[in-house]
Design a protein around this ligand. Sequence first.
Ligand code: SF4
Length: 709
Amino acid sequence: RMPALAASAPTETHCPYCALQCGMALTAANGTNTVESSTGAGLVTVAPRDFPTNRGGLCQKGWTSASVLTAPGRLTRPLLRPHRAAPLRPVSWDVALGHVAHRLRQIQAAHGRDAIAVFGGGGLTNEKAYALGKFARVALGTSQVDYNGRFCMSSAAAAGIRAFGLDRGLPFPVTDLDGADAVVLVGANVAETMPPFTQHLRRAVDNGGLVVVDPRRTATAEQAALHLRPAPGTDLALALGMLHAAVADGHLDHAYITERTTGFDAAWRVAARWWPERAERVTGVAAADQRAAVRILAQAANAYVLTARGAEQHASGVDTASAWINLALALGLPGRVGSGFGCLTGQGNGQGGREHGQKADQLPGYRRIDDPEARAHVAAVWGVDPENLPGPGRSAYELLDSLGTDGGPRALLVFGSNPVVSAPRAGHVAERLAALDLLVVADVVLSETARAADVVLPVTQWAEEDGTLTNLEGRVLLRRRALDPPPGVRTDLDVLHGLAVRLGQPADRFPTDAETVFEELRRASAGGPADYSGVTWERLRAGEQLHWPVPSPGHPGTPRLFLDRFAHPDGRARFAAVDHRGPAEPPDAEYPLHATTGRVLQHYQSGAQTRRVAELVSAAPESFVEVHPDTAARAGLGDGELARVVSRRGSAVARVRHTPTIRQDTVFLPFHFGDDQRANLVTNPALDPTSRMPEFKVCAVRLEPLAGE
Ligand code: SF4
């Protein structure tokens, strides 16, 4: 046990949820740093604090985040079921870890190293993400490791690397947006997903310079001077139409294109065929509005294009993000002070989570796993032979889809993720999990995925442990321990250590102290694209604001990337010649509507945390489907009635919400709810060929009244 904190000593830390990582202070109100009451109510208080991303603001999720620490159903003992038909029963840590290690050895002896898979999360701290990738590749020797960030940021990351040679969500501080006269937000509903972010758009809003691209009239779109409502899956065509307008209406920045980019001619050869009137026919966005949006961007002194999941979660997500980058490059925005292109990361450590080696194709430092130099460097830090490091493995959905199949993994370890709710074609994913010989889930509560596990390992959560995260602007943050975890739980680092030792690894190869892990991460990242070698916890404790790369201990960090040159060897950004492909599953007579998915203000990701917070549940208790009243009438659905949203893969139950502002051909479902309300029961796992990102944002559905309701 750590010594108790005084009630008067607030701990400065950060929100447990999204990538804005708002600054907050936690105070244990009972004068100790323990939460052992049966209700826990009132034991911890949250106060916002001044931090550049939130400047004293918090959203409803942040304000109520202390309730997650005391939420009912917190796991405090390992659970194990001896066979599939048996219920989960409490066991000791020794029994649980011993059982898991024994079964892992058995399965690998029978089926080979890749018979074990590991699935991580974009909410894990940098240290955990690093340790998890190392554990998979060194202690298990498996190539089968990926994480839920594949569902979140992989298309934006691939497009960023293609265009700029480096992927950092925002290559500038969030506060740079304060000076923006114009911002185009593509598929980003920041007013609900990260409300404090909207303060950085105030000038653009006041200036009549906010343009929102979204099939829905979201709370963010309400603030826009111009709301473009493309049909789901046509964002790429819209970007092509707008690039065409930029050329035709004389808005190109010719000097910038010549001096700082390559590939414009090839990109233009495609866009030349997408005159705005043609784009209007495909997208439904009026040609005049396309031209007006480009004019707003081009005439602003300071302008930004920002994308998020609405643009990226498509089977053509990389090309769609590239098309918006093309537009920004054509107008000369990226790599200039006061203007730019960026993508808004979603998960709390969505940025850091993709840099430290829990991704199937990457090693720490954001290095490629198929790069011999990178393998040699990381193997030396890990003290292993590079020849023994596995190569790239399956991407997240492909990994889940292969579980329990011939040649697929027989066991899965899940850390910080809830794929039964968050993966596309979720019913099928649950079936694949059920086909495993062993499913192990480390979590705070009995999530939907944990419920299906053979072994559940109860772990600490955000305010009960120290660790670093990297927010949406590449800023490395220290999230501090504010109170003791409940007796009986262990940190993920403890779990990995305990398993590694039982699998025959030297005890010091998997440290349990997060700062010690970070010291190793620094060395592993040194010289890589995401270089953390100059970041120390000491500097973070002292309040230094460090954006990577930070290549040496005296380096001040890099808040703004690309000001002099982009990260390609020639220093230039690259246009991409990309064309519209449309959704993988267009509507037809049987499934006549587009379904799109997204978030609501009160919930976060799979809802495993926020669905346990009473205030949030009472404000947003159940799933709903936004339907245009005319569409609802055709399906015989009144406002407030329960409906079944049916696709080729399954159906989800949702309460009908008549929404006159949504397109008549489109319905919207939030993806935070469990059981038969899971939006991902209907989503399409069609994958982007480059990023392997599933097409969460559009599939074909029909609506049916729920019988008996
Ligand atoms: Fe937390 Fe994000 Fe809300 Fe800030 S905006 S309080 S980081 S959920």
